[in-house]
Design a protein around this ligand. Structure first.
Ligand code: GRF
Length: 312
């Protein structure tokens, strides 16, 4: 289990320019590249393509406003072809806009780094605009500072004045105009307020094939030890939507790696992590290109970049 949530109130939607109320500017630290360039293992879903209606995900208030806009257009006598073209242009511009990402980490942040590198090299149509961590000195936070990415401390550490309340966190992410939140090894509670404010826009990566080996207390090396002890022959990362329970949000993507007969937990963890780096980048690319669609039964799928009629 990598995440959980607590209950609190609602948040304001702020549109002012980003400001960083907290976060120490510390020293820089360079990291070597920790990830491989190509995947050697299959993606579970890529075998079965099927057609589904396309429904873009987004923040709750965006859904509501777009629905209102549609109703107004359909009841208006001035719904000319020109109006419709203008509407399409606006929608197209919104789709082409680079998305703004917040990444949450507690440790080394190798997934964070791989996503950041994808953004820098241009494969990802989005930017990491802020890093959130509960450990202001962790490797991920150091990397962020050395790349001029603002660092937010959340939750507020005990006995320290540094850090944000859940309400402040949501307000701050709104100020940064964050579109999507990517949890990457963040081990603290995610406030319900944040879940509500970013409905269907928060993702987590877990190092096993959920729903197996997930849930409360199942995190880090414990996951890989449990996989090996179970005798499972395959493992691999899962990326899922975040809901209010442990590792139960809808599964969006998975990748399979073999569990070898003499594997140690560390060896298996390294094999899974190599796949995580690629899978999270692929999912982030799909997010930033509005390529997430929903099957009628509520299962999220990714639209193929090459053929939008195909999903996996
Ligand atoms: C990964 O194994 C991920 O699945 C889990 O936490 C770990 C984070 O690793 N949620 P890193 O900090 O990205 O290297």
């Amino acid at each position: 289990m990598e995440i959980q949530h607590i209950v609190s109130g609602f948040s304001p939607k702020l549109s002012s320019a980003p400001s960083i109320p907290i976060g120490k500017q510390l020293f820089s630290l360079k990291f070597p590249s920790l990830f491989s360039s190509s995947s050697s293992y299959p993606s579970i879903q890529s075998q079965n393509f099927e057609e589904v209606p396309s429904i873009s995900i987004g923040k709750k208030d965006e859904f509501y406003s777009s629905r209102r806009r549609r109703v107004r257009c359909s009841s208006s006598s001035s719904n000319t072809a020109a109006d419709r073209n203008k509407g399409n242009e606006v929608a197209g511009r919104r789709r082409r806009r680079r998305k703004k990402l917040a990444v949450f980490v507690s440790g080394g942040g190798s997934n964070f780094k791989s996503i950041h590198e994808a953004s820098k090299r241009g494969s990802l149509h989005g930017d990491i605009v802020v890093l959130v961590t509960n450990k202001s000195e962790c490797g991920g936070a150091e990397y962020a500072r050395s790349h001029s990415i603002p660092v937010i401390v959340f939750p507020k550490p005990k006995a320290e004045s540094d850090g944000l309340s859940p309400h402040d966190l949501v307000a701050t992410l709104r100020r940064f105009e964050v579109d999507f939140i990517l949890l990457a090894g963040y081990l603290k509670l995610i406030p319900a307020e944040l879940i509500r404010a970013y409905e269907r826009s928060i993702f987590n990566i877990h190092p096993s094939l959920l729903p197996a080996f997930g849930g409360k207390g199942c995190y880090g090396m414990k996951v890989h030890k449990a996989v090996i002890a179970s005798g499972a022959r395959f493992s691999g990362p899962t990326i899922h939507f975040v809901d209010e329970h442990y590792d139960t949000g809808r599964i969006l993507a998975q990748r399979v790696v073999p569990v070898l007969a003499n594997d140690t937990a560390e060896e298996l963890a390294a094999r899974v992590l190599r796949e995580e780096h690629q899978l999270y980048v692929e999912v982030a690319e799909a997010l930033c290109e509005d390529r997430i669609v929903w099957r009628k039964d509520g299962v999220p799928l990714i639209q193929s970049k090459e053929n939008p009629n195909k999903t996996y």
